[in-house]
Write a protein that binds this ligand. Structure first.
Ligand SMILES: C[S@@+](CC[C@H](N)C(=O)[O-])C[C@H]1O[C@@H](n2cnc3c(N)ncnc32)[C@H](O)[C@@H]1O
Length: 727
């Protein structure tokens, strides 16, 4: 670390030493510990000081005079001979430590100066866009750790799946993975300010065996001990799975590997990727060279940090299915790949076959460049950031394009013009809580916020992919770390892995179409209801309710001012509301599956009493939509609740929508879809139940839902919850 960090660390040690003196009996122990510690600044722990792991085959300093090592220094860095002996040992002697614990920097490799000589030492793990933590993990495992020693590192979750960490994973996987601690559920609490999802990884330097069992630990919000600023690991949830269950390869079929995937893109045109400067989210600029975007590419060597033991047989069953990839149309492209090249359905007559390669008819939408495009008479170009499953595009077109590749930066998918059948073309949005598929809108182009695929046969992909069976499989195997705040996730791995039925006969397709029609109609109806409610909400009263808690004074709301609200750390996962006379109560399901009041700061249940039936109806509807969005009521929410000008009319509308069948119909249709999909993929009832339960109870999956046209989600609510809510 740098000298400044070292000084800070020394000051911290000093504080501990002083505290120990005050605490008396630990003083002696503390003093000893502090004497044993040494903090050295000014050297890089990654520096190898001329000791070559390659030349010495990790034999340490053998053959190299220690004077030589000590004298070795690199531009700007202090010479090792000036360093503390312990640091020299660390750098020069291999395999000296039984325990290596660390919280290495999560910083892009480009930011860290590392000499050409050292690059050679790290060559086995160096990849474009890699992260310094990869180098640290490599060095710790291969250099510092003694045989049978244990490593405990905090690492970015991305290391478990990103392609840049593939070489590191291959090296680590030779050894025993002891435990993976997934910290995603607590957001960025563990490392304040860093927008990086982290895991804890415990490795043991013994050869991996097929019998190894891996402990998977989930740090849930219940583990947060705000008062002491601690994470209470005794409250974490642990599970044990066989080693192979953690490795993604177990669930992947071998097909299609020879065909090139579409250029991966982690960052599309208008995507805002937020990250602290030292903790960057891997991203790639659009490039004509598809290989440039390695970091977003699928990596089949991923480790599944969220696997549960009960998931394994369900994933195994789904892994055996046919894949979407099998029905993606293939076309031909010249081997000298250019984004602006037109692609062909077959190798043109007279062309030598060796110059051509077969490829999936799939690719990101058109990239227009910074400015808009206006080709007179061209088709509209849409950004399609929000893509409901019916493919409707509510927004304004971004411009107009005549389809000529020369007019745009990259034509990508549209360079396939004329290859295959437009009817079987779908759009995929993979920055969403669940990858969304929609039919490609007719007579329009889409930008690279989405990618497009053309199928070789009829298949209602947009409907099929709405099934929770598919969503679950994707969430378990293809989801990755965060791009835009927690829970907005990215599916960089090929959505072409979606399991599909072995056979697609016309009767089956008609049946799926029919279920799809029911789903889309219900979604549309709910969306129209939402629009009406939104109108009411914005037509808020001009009555002088500076603070709507004033309603208390008007006798409309008789809730006492001291309503108990959920505290910041209260777990309201799956919370719902019940109306009981004039009272609105909030409940959750406890560990035993029983109904329990949702936890609050005071321990008293949250009860809002509203005597006026119309206002109650309205407030209930607003509270329900708050919960559906993952929010929870609090004083501020109550205080700013909009009150429609005409509460009676609002209540009538809310009642009509609630009593209307659209919500039930959507839930029922999704249910039929799930059953059909489970059936076609050979899942048992128990396996389907496992998936459906996961969507109600798993903190990550609670946020996973399609991009419905209507905003609320009925997906996470089961029948009993609906009945309760409608009371
Ligand atoms: C995430 S912080 C962890 C700090 C401390 N270990 C902890 O857990 O609080 C990473 C630390 O690594 C240091 N660092 C960065 N590059 C380094 C290098 N090449 N050699 C040694 N330390 C480095 C940074 O200065 C920073 O203090």
């Amino acid at each position: 670390m740098n000298a400044f960090s070292a000084t800070l660390a020394q000051i911290q040690l000093l504080w501990h030493a002083l505290a120990a003196v005050v605490e008396g009996d630990t003083a002696d122990l503390m003093r000893k510990a502090i004497v044993g510690l040494s903090v050295e600044g000014g050297h890089s722990s990654l520096s190898t000081w001329g000791v070559s792991a390659h030349k010495d085959l990790f034999g340490g300093t053998a053959g190299r005079a220690s004077e030589e090592i000590r004298a070795h220094g690199q531009g700007g860095a202090r010479r090792l001979r000036t360093a503390d002996r312990k640091f020299r040992d660390l750098s020069g002697r291999r395999g000296g430590y039984r325990i290596v614990a660390g919280n290495p920097p999560f910083v892009r490799f480009e930011r860290a100066p590392i000499g050409p000589e050292e690059r050679i030492e790290y060559a086995p793990v160096l990849k474009k866009n890699t992260d310094l933590s990869v180098l640290f993990a490599f060095r710790a495992m291969e250099w510092w750790l003694a045989p049978n020693g244990r490593l405990g590192f905090f690492l970015p979750l991305a290391l478990s799946e990103a392609s840049y960490a593939e070489p590191l994973r291959a090296i680590l996987a030779q050894y025993r993975i002891v435990e993976i601690i997934d910290l995603e559920e607590i957001g960025n609490v563990a490392f304040h300010g860093a927008n990086v999802v982290t895991i804890g990884l415990v490795m043991e330097k013994t050869a991996a065996t097929a019998q190894d069992q891996i402990k998977i630990t989930r740090v849930t919000p219940e583990c947060l001990d705000e008062e002491h600023g601690r994470i209470d690991m005794t409250k974490a949830i642990t599970d044990v799975v066989p080693r192979s269950a953690v490795l993604l390869e177990r669930y992947l079929p071998g097909s299609g590997a020879d065909l090139r995937a579409p250029p991966a893109e982690t960052k599309a045109d208008d995507e805002t990727v937020t990250a602290a400067p030292d903790h960057e989210t891997p991203s790639s600029e659009d490039s004509d060279d598809e290989a440039a975007s390695e970091d977003g590419e699928a990596s089949d060597s991923a480790w599944l940090t969220k696997i549960r033991s009960a998931d394994v047989d369900v994933l195994d069953a789904l892994a055996a299915a046919r894949r979407l990839d099998d029905i993606i149309l293939r076309g031909w492209t010249k081997k000298a790949y250019r984004q602006k090249t037109r692609y062909e359905a077959a190798i043109p007559n007279g062309e030598p076959a060796v110059h051509w390669q077969q490829q999936r008819v799939m690719g990101y939408g058109v990239k227009v460049g910074r400015k808009s495009i206006e080709n007179p008479g061209g088709r509209p170009v849409y950004k399609a950031k929000h893509l409901p499953p019916d493919g409707s595009l509510p927004e304004e077109p971004f411009g107009h394009w005549n389809g000529d590749p020369a007019e745009v930066d990259t034509a990508r998918f549209y360079a396939w013009a004329g290859v295959g059948d437009e009817v079987n073309t779908f759009v995929v949005r993979n920055i969403a809580t669940q990858p969304v598929f929609a039919p490609h809108p007719a007579n329009a182009y889409l930008t690279n916020t989405v990618y497009c695929i053309r199928l070789s046969e009829r298949f209602p992909l947009n409907i099929w992919s709405l099934s929770r069976v598919v969503a679950w499989f994707m969430a378990k195997t293809a989801r990755t770390s965060v791009v835009q705040g927690y829970f907005t996730t990215f599916y960089p791995r090929q959505t072409t892995r979606i399991p599909i039925p072995a056979e697609l006969d016309e009767a089956l397709l008609d049946e799926l179409d029919e279920i799809g029609r029911r789903i889309l109609t219900a979604d549309d109806e709910l969306a129209r209801g939402d629009t009406e409610i939104e109108k009411l909400r914005s037509g808020v009263s001009s009555r002088p309710f500076r603070n709507r808690l004033d309603l208390v004074a008007n006798g409309i709301v008789t809730a006492p001012k001291d309503v108990s609200w959920p505290g910041a750390d209260a777990n309201w996962t799956g919370a719902r509301l019940l109306v009981d006379g004039a009272d609105i109560r909030f409940v959750t399901t406890d560990a035993d599956g029983a109904e329990a009041p949702a936890p609050t700061e005071t321990g008293q249940p949250t009860v809002i009493t509203i005597t006026d039936p119309d206002l109650r109806e309205w407030a209930t509807s607003e509270a329900r939509s708050l919960l559906a969005r993952g929010g929870r009521p609090d004083r501020q929410w109550m205080g700013t609740l909009s009150i429609p000008d005409d509460p009676a009319a609002a209540a009538t509308l809310v009642r009509r929508l609630r009593e209307g069948s659209a919500e039930q119909e959507l839930a029922a249709a999704l249910d039929s879809l799930d059953r059909k999909v489970a059936d076609l993929l050979g899942l048992t009832d128990g396996q389907l139940d496992h998936i459906r339960d996961a969507f109600r109870t798993d903190a990550m999956l609670l946020h996973v839902r399609p991009q419905w046209k209507h905003r609320q989600s009925v997906v996470t609510r089961d029948a009993s919850q609906r009945d309760g809510a409608a009371a």
